[in-house]
Design a protein around this ligand. Structure first.
Ligand code: GDP
Length: 139
């Protein structure tokens, strides 16, 4: 098992619903360490850049509207197999398909407003950490 870092966003729906503390408690309860964290209200260019891989998808405009409508909490998480561990804790993109005990099962509304983001690979974790925490030491 390898110690890894991954990138998390607590999305506007979860911040609006006062679920930041509950979600951070689930993250820490799963054994992931919060290594860096801040609250930020994304600009449209920042959100469009972050989700550039989805720019041809029909829901892209809706996704950018959602991600910019209020503040989010961005963080760097560290732990054993952190990328997969956090994706497992998050649950499926659509909360209707998410397993019991996952963040999205508990706090997500639907496939769009789904409470959290987590990197889907170690490579993307590095890119996403650098996007929000430039110069952050990856080790
Ligand atoms: P993730 O890695 O589980 O977050 O899922 P994806 O990479 O497939 O999608 C990125 C984000 O786009 C999701 O977390 C949702 O917020 C949003 N999204 C995905 N599919 C849809 C959709 O069909 N409709 C809308 N409105 N948003 C979506």
């Amino acid at each position: 098992m390898a110690t890894e870092r991954t990138f998390s966003i607590i999305k506007p729906d979860a911040v609006e619903a006062n679920n930041v503390g509950n979600i951070l408690a689930m993250i820490e309860g799963a054994g992931l360490k919060i290594k860096a964290m801040r609250m930020v209200h994304l600009s449209r260019p920042m959100a469009e850049g972050f989700y550039a891989v989805h720019k041809e998808r029909p829901f892209f405009g809706e996704l950018v509207d959602f991600m910019t409508r209020g503040p989010v909490v961005v963080s760097v998480l560290e732990g054993e197999n952190a990328v997969v561990a956090y994706r497992t804790l998050m649950g499926a993109t659509n909360p209707a398909n998410a397993d019991a005990g996952t963040i999205r099962k508990q706090y997500a509304k639907d496939i769009g407003e789904n409470a959290v983001h987590g990197s889907d690979s170690l490579e993307n974790a590095g890119i996403e950490i650098n996007y929000f925490f430039p110069g952050y030491e990856l080790g």
